[in-house]
Design a protein around this ligand. Structure first.
Ligand code: HEC
Length: 201
């Protein structure tokens, strides 16, 4: 008898706890979704916990999705050079490079695009390919696979793979090659003079 009184009290307390935390969660969601409780402004950093959770979830997502990607064993210097051109046109404004700062407006993004100088030490080439091909939701990182052929994505990966060991001089040499080739193509943009000038090409 005693036992059943205890268990019914326990059950009522447990149910009240579940219902009240559910009600608080719903009230919080309504406040965030309909009453501006969530600050969507990019002028303020994410709360530390939000930044940690989203970054960790992004890394796990990329690692899982890269498992089926077959990466070549090595890249050729021609791929690195072609990748540098791609990088110059599509990436440098946001990500900068050795001795080159990202564009000022790119630093106003949340999350701010990181410098990629040692990204090949943090990611495998299959993972880099996955990030570049598929982009990253809810950030400014585009899915380049939607607009560029696969071969160009691998060229960029070859370039990122070479980046940790690339001196600023070597990077400057590859950039000036890009500028010359852009001029030969009759392009009006001059990426060497202005990072990101060719971004819209
Ligand atoms: C408009 C800005 C923008 C452009 C252009 C851009 N990116 Fe990104 N990229 C980002 C942002 C923002 C992140 C960070 C996302 C995050 O923290 O989850 C990112 C993340 C990355 C990462 C993962 C870095 C890490 O360690 O977390 C790689 C690799 C990368 N970009 C490569 C590229 C390449 C290669 C190009 C050009 C083909 C490119 N990005 C063009 C904004 C950009």
């Amino acid at each position: 008898m005693r036992r059943s009184v205890f268990s019914s009290r326990f059950f009522i307390g447990w149910a009240a706890g579940v219902l009240s935390s559910g009600a608080i969660a719903v009230a919080l969601a309504v406040w965030m979704i309909f009453f501006g409780g969530f600050d969507a402004s990019a002028a303020k950093q994410h709360a530390m916990a939000v930044a940690w959770v989203t970054h960790k979830a992004m890394r796990s997502s990329v690692k899982t999705r890269a498992k089926d990607v077959q990466s070549p064993d090595a890249f050729t210097p021609a791929q690195v050079s072609a990748g540098a051109q791609e990088y110059e046109q599509h990436c440098i404004a946001c990500h900068g490079g050795p001795a080159i700062a990202r564009a000022a407006w790119a630093s106003a993004m949340i999350p701010t695009p990181p410098y990629l100088i040692d990204s090949a030490r943090q990611w495998s080439t299959a993972e880099l390919y996955t990030v570049v091909r598929d982009g990253i939701k809810m950030t400014a990182m585009p899915a380049w696979g939607e607009v560029e052929p696969d071969q160009k994505i691998w060229d960029v990966v070859a370039f990122l793979d070479a980046l940790p060991k690339m001196s600023p001089d070597e990077f400057a040499r590859l950039r000036s090659q890009s500028t010359e080739q852009a001029a030969q193509r009759g392009s009006a943009c001059d990426p060497h003079a202005r990072p990101g000038a060719c971004l819209s090409e």
